[in-house]
Structures are given as C-alpha cells and as structure tokens.
Design a protein around this ligand. Structure first.
Ligand code: FAD
Length: 260
C-alpha cells in the first residue's frame, strides 16, 4: 500500500489546419485577415466568432462598420457577453492518474462537452493498493494509523482472494475478468486509478470554477487547481479573466464571467 498524489497530464489539444482556414478566409473575402492569437484554440474561437457577423474587417458585411482588433480583446468581449458557444470549438485531452474513484465519480457528473475513458477494474487487477490521503487524515496521527491499517488490510484481502481463487493459474480470460470484477467490490472508494478526460474550453471553464470552490471535495480541488495551472498561460485570452484566491491552502479560481 502506498499514498500517492494526483497527477495531471495534458496530452492533446486542438490544432488548426492552416490551408483549410486560409481557403475559407479566401472564400469569405478575408484572405488578408490575421490575428495575434497565442494558441490555435484561441484562434479557432476567434474565427468561429467572427464568422457569425463576417466581422473579419469592416465592410465585409455592409452592416459592420468597425471591428474589435486583437484576439484577447475579441475573446474578452465574448466572455463578457456570455457567448459561450463560441468557445466550445477547441477540445483539450487530459489524463488524470493516481486519482481515486471518489474523484472519478465526481468528475463524470460533468456531462456537457466532455468525454471520458476510465481504467477498467474488471480487467485491471488490483494487487497493490494506492490512495490519496486527505489533509484531515494526514494531520491526525490516530486517524492516519486507522487509515493506513485499513488500506493495508484491504490490500491483503485482494491478495488473499487472488490466492483462494488461484487467479494466476486461471487460463480463461473470461473467468479472470469475472473474478477481478468480484474482488474490486471490496476495494476502497479511495483506490487510486486513472481516467482520460477530454472537454471543450467552455466546459473546462465551468468545471474549473465549480471544482476549485472551497465547498468542493479536497482531491478534486487539488486536481482542478493543477489543471488551471496547466491552461492559464497556454490560453491567456480565454483564461485571463480569472483571479485566484487561496482557500484552505488550495487555489480557488474565480471570475466575474461565471459559466459563460
Ligand atoms: C460542491 C458540490 C457538491 C455536490 N454534491 C452533490 C450531491 O450531494 N449529490 C449529487 O448527486 N451531486 C452532487 N454534486 C454534483 C452536481 O450536482 C452536478 O451534477 C455536477 O457538479 C455537474 O455539474 P453540472 O450540473 O453543471 O453539469 P455539466 O455536465 O458540467 O453541465 C454544464 C452545464 O450545462 C447545462 N446542462 C448540462 N446538462 C444539462 C441537461 N441535461 N439539461 C439542461 N441543462 C444541462 C447546465 O447549465 C450545466 O450547469 C455536487 C457538486 C459540487 C460542486
């Protein structure tokens, strides 16, 4: 048994296909349009937003006589007026490792604009158990002793069941799967596992806001504090309105433009 800290890996993000974008801009008569977007994701949001009014430059739509210049200015306005659908276009792909099933149960409640692939504990046998140790447990010697002893016992239970059912000698994968799934029922909710999670940038903002709030559970606050750290400088035009206040030693990421 060992205690682990959650880990966050940003493994993918949206990329613009340059020749496709240039072909569209020629099509609409805006081939000379360019922007100072710091990332493909933010450039894509700007294109999708400007496409709505043909506001790449004045006169392209006779009703448009002036346009906002600059990616940060343009997207700040989108956030202010709450046109959140524009920032649904780019998608980010994360892997969260050494996170508990407590965490994953909470994460998967966020349905809108997300996709997930969770490590299967029907197929992946629990031999060594690892878990996140929350602050209140860590700071109390007696609590820590109970916590550690219980996890060690539950790890022994997994080994005992594996022995009783001789799972290592089992040849049929189907039987192994049934046994592995049965054994996991006596593993703790806090068992560390892995989940792949993708989301669009609108959903990401919503989840960061909800899950770094002091009322959210500690582990998910830790994870989304780390997520925010990874994205704040990567997408400055879309994350620049956030302010961070520390609450219970963890970042609380706040904005005046909630849930755009
Ligand atoms: C501190 C805290 C405590 C919680 N406690 C509990 C609890 O005790 N029990 C419990 O069951 N859950 C609990 N939750 C989970 C919570 O109720 C939500 O299910 C979860 O946070 C997902 O957020 P969301 O509803 O905004 O969904 P998301 O999927 O993140 O959706 C984003 C937004 O899209 C819109 N949307 C999404 N789906 C629909 C839909 N079907 N219809 C209409 N609009 C939609 C809504 O505006 C929604 O806010 C808790 C969450 C937090 C942060």
């Amino acid at each position: 048994m060992k205690f682990v800290e959650p880990k966050v890996f940003l493994v993918g993000e949206t990329r613009i296909i340059e020749e496709g974008l240039q072909a569209y801009l020629r099509h609409v008569g805006a081939e000379d349009w360019s922007t100072d977007a710091p990332s493909d994701s933010e450039r894509l949001c700007e294109v999708m937003g400007r496409l709505c009014y043909r506001s790449f430059k004045p006169g392209l739509n006779p009703n448009v006589t002036r346009v906002r210049e600059g990616n940060e200015t343009y997207l700040r306005h989108i956030l202010e007026v709450g046109h959140g659908s524009v920032i649904e276009h780019p998608v980010l792909n994360f892997v969260f490792a050494d996170v508990s099933r407590v965490f994953t149960h909470e994460l998967v409640r966020h349905r809108a604009g997300t996709a997930m692939s969770q490590e299967s504990l029907r197929f992946v046998r629990l031999d060594r158990l690892s878990a996140y140790c929350p602050t209140h447990i860590r700071e109390n010697e007696a609590g820590m002793e109970i916590f550690s002893r219980t996890l060690e016992k539950l790890e022994e239970v997994q080994a005992e069941l594996a022995r009783v059912y001789a799972i290592d000698d089992e040849k049929q994968f189907n039987v192994k799967k049934k046994l592995t799934s049965a054994f996991r029922r006596v593993a703790p909710d806090g068992v560390a596992t892995t989940i792949g999670w993708s989301c669009n940038l609108r959903s990401l903002r919503h989840v960061i806001e909800m899950r770094t709030e002091p009322s959210a559970e500690e582990e998910i606050r830790v994870v989304f504090g780390m997520v925010y750290e990874l994205v704040r400088n990567r997408y400055p035009s879309l994350m620049g309105d956030y302010e961070v206040e520390m609450a219970d030693g963890l970042p609380w990421v706040k904005t005046a433009h909630r849930k755009v």
